[in-house]
Design a protein around this ligand. Structure first.
Ligand code: HEC
Length: 155
């Protein structure tokens, strides 16, 4: 519950102060600020959505936790840089993200799979609400990442 509250607050803060955050992200090169396009952030979200699935279903909980953090960060970037995205569509992501975090913590594969399905429904809900109903996500069926090992390896 604590994480959910935190995420919701984070999403709300980011959604309401887009300019300040966009500017604070611009300190890498003053003359040549780079703000990623929303579709580019979403392509990274897509990549992490897939990696999260293959990590969690391997199961490699450590990698899954990492990918979930990265996925959250990309969603926060999207909300902060693109205030035109309805805040409610972003906050609806918070509940499934929290459930996935709990499943990872509990190493619960069943809960992970259910929560991942809910997350994917929430991706599509935003796409539908924003005139992009032709972008339809689903639970991935085969990994395109032949250069990355998903099952946990001996340390
Ligand atoms: C709050 C709204 C919102 C949420 C949540 C959201 N998206 Fe998107 N997504 C968009 C918008 C808006 C676009 C279209 C961007 C554009 O056309 O410039 C988009 C585009 C995309 C694209 C197309 C990118 C491309 O260049 O082909 C993919 C893939 C995508 N989203 C994946 C996801 C996944 C996976 C999730 C869930 C983990 C997700 N999105 C959650 C708003 C959202």
């Amino acid at each position: 519950m604590r994480l959910l509250g935190y995420m919701t607050a984070l999403f709300m803060v980011c959604a309401s102060t887009p300019l300040a955050i966009a500017q604070s992200g611009m300190n890498a090169a003053i003359d040549d600020p780079y703000v990623p396009r929303l579709a580019d952030i979403m392509s990274i979200v897509q990549l992490r959505h897939m990696k999260l699935w293959f990590a969690g279903s391997s199961p490699n909980w450590e990698l899954a936790a990492y990918e979930l953090r990265r996925l959250k960060a990309s969603l926060v970037d999207a909300a902060s840089l693109y205030p035109g995205i309805p805040a409610t569509s972003v906050t609806t992501m918070a509940a499934p993200v929290q459930s996935i975090a709990e499943a990872i913590e509990a190493k619960d594969s069943q809960k992970f799979a259910t929560a991942f399905g809910d997350l994917t429904v929430a991706c599509n809900a935003c796409h539908q609400s924003i005139g992009r109903s032709f972008i339809v996500m689903r639970v991935p069926t085969a990994s395109p990442f032949s250069d990355q090992v998903f099952p946990p390896q001996p340390k």
